[in-house]
Design a protein around this ligand. Sequence first.
Ligand SMILES: Nc1ncnc2c1ncn2[C@@H]1O[C@H](COP(=O)(O)OP(=O)(O)OP(=O)(O)O)[C@@H](O)[C@H]1O
Length: 563
Amino acid sequence: MVLLKMPMLSSTRLLLLSSPCQKLSSLSKAACFHGSGQLLRHVESNQGPLTLASLDPKIDTGKTNRGKNNKIKLETSSTKEKMGEVQPLSSNKFKSVATRKSLESALSPFNAKSFSELGLPTFLLERLEAEGFKVPTDVQAAAIPTILKNHDVVIQSYTGSGKTLAYLLPILSEVGPLRRKSPDCKDEQGKKMEIEAVIIAPSRELGMQIVREFEKLLGPSDKKVVQQLVGGANRSRQEEALKKNKPAIVVGTPGRIAEISAAGKLHTHNCRFLVLDEVDELLSFNFREDMHRILEHVGRRSGMDVREPKGPTVRRAERQTILVSATVPFSVIRAARSWGNYPLLVQAEKVTTLDSAPISEPVNLSKPSLTSSKTSNLQGQPAVTSLPPSLKHYYCVTKLQHKIDTMRRCIHALDAKSVIAFMNNTKQLKDAVFKLEARGIDAAELHGALGKLVRSTTLKKFKNGDLRVLVTNELSARGLDVAECDLVVNLDLPTDSIHYAHRAGRTGRLGRKGTVVSMCEEPEVFVVKKLQKQLGVQIPACDFVEGKLVMTGEEERTLERIR
Ligand SMILES: Nc1ncnc2c1ncn2[C@@H]1O[C@H](COP(=O)(O)OP(=O)(O)OP(=O)(O)O)[C@@H](O)[C@H]1O
């Protein structure tokens, strides 16, 4: 077998403006990334110098009863480069993958210990066992002890590597019926229950998925401990449920959480955990006002002086802030420094200071500035691994009017069972579905303009395998977890490398195999080349001939030379 190895390059945000509509959305997002700092009340200078000694994980941070084995391994730099692998066509089997059993050990994210070594309470360990979670993933093994030690964290690890449980387990260790009960812990019956953890996600689908993950571990009798507060659902019913069930954990979208909070129906001043899942998306312009309210209110007691000296050795008087995403641009690092208390960066199995974080400023690659000094400075920076190592990437040049036909040939060539196809323009999704169905492929559209019932039903059908293709837009690019998805097709190229990473990450989850095929017209090939460079992955040209995927570009000739 011939392997082509190439070092990962810095995953700097790209701005590729290929249509007026994309241009607008990209620009507004870029504006918000730059502008998010203006939201912030605390400035960096409040925090004092950050030293490794001050981060000593063995120092007691105020809470008791922590596990003994949860020392945090701090690394001061993240300069190890990971190697991507590209295999020649002949070695590809393109089998569809349906179950956890099919994890490839070489690419598996499970190199860690057992859950019992991470300092989790017994009840929770029992629930994990019962639900079939046997071994923590690398990011879980690093993040769980760090959060249990009260550190604010930024968790960055590639898509499908288990980031949800990485924050959910430490929260359940401290909040709700599975928690570690310490002597001073008040009984629920003796004390008015308050919200102790708030989790924010950018979409209703992702919010509901997180709630299901909580419910799985809480079990049927305790599932009211968590409540979803997502948009699109009946607000007064949600407010009534809050009053009646007194949940300890709420999971929701920024708009709905901010709305209920502003109405005085959500009491979060004593909240201990604030999680922003897909934080880079939550920093976008669309969520700006709601996020401002949430960050100002959750876990912030009135009268508390937020300018008090901070430090990991000080008993926490305010919330613990946990920021999570597969992509961490500089705006997130800046936000973490401003909102957090000595935050640490957890990247896969490593825990480092934010100082050693790779900094990625947006670079507009629609201009011919690739060789400018700014770009060349980025070359030496460590790679940000946002993509699962098990993914295979290809692009296929095809005329606009032939894209659906090319996709049909792609699905058959790869024998793909569960496909997510992304388009940029919502209005074109229906037409794509119509054409796929005309070719005998079960498909449905999913986007934000559909009613909540249609959205839930479509997603359920896709997860159950009743639909072969889900045709969607950016709504489904973030967080959506469908284990069986074995192919992602970009019917339109994404606007930048961050969007590419999240779309691609819907397949190849948790070490499974997955393929990403981007369809483009000849004049767009340069965009693929730039994505390839930014992401540090090989994206060879391919076509689908006689029911097979064949590589057609210079990469194939390179492979021939190596052979
Ligand atoms: N330790 C584990 N053992 C087995 N399965 C796990 C484990 N941890 C997580 N999973 C499962 O792996 C899948 C992917 O996890 P999750 O959605 O948290 O990934 P993620 O890193 O948040 O991805 P994304 O960046 O796309 O949101 C989920 O179905 C989850 O239940």
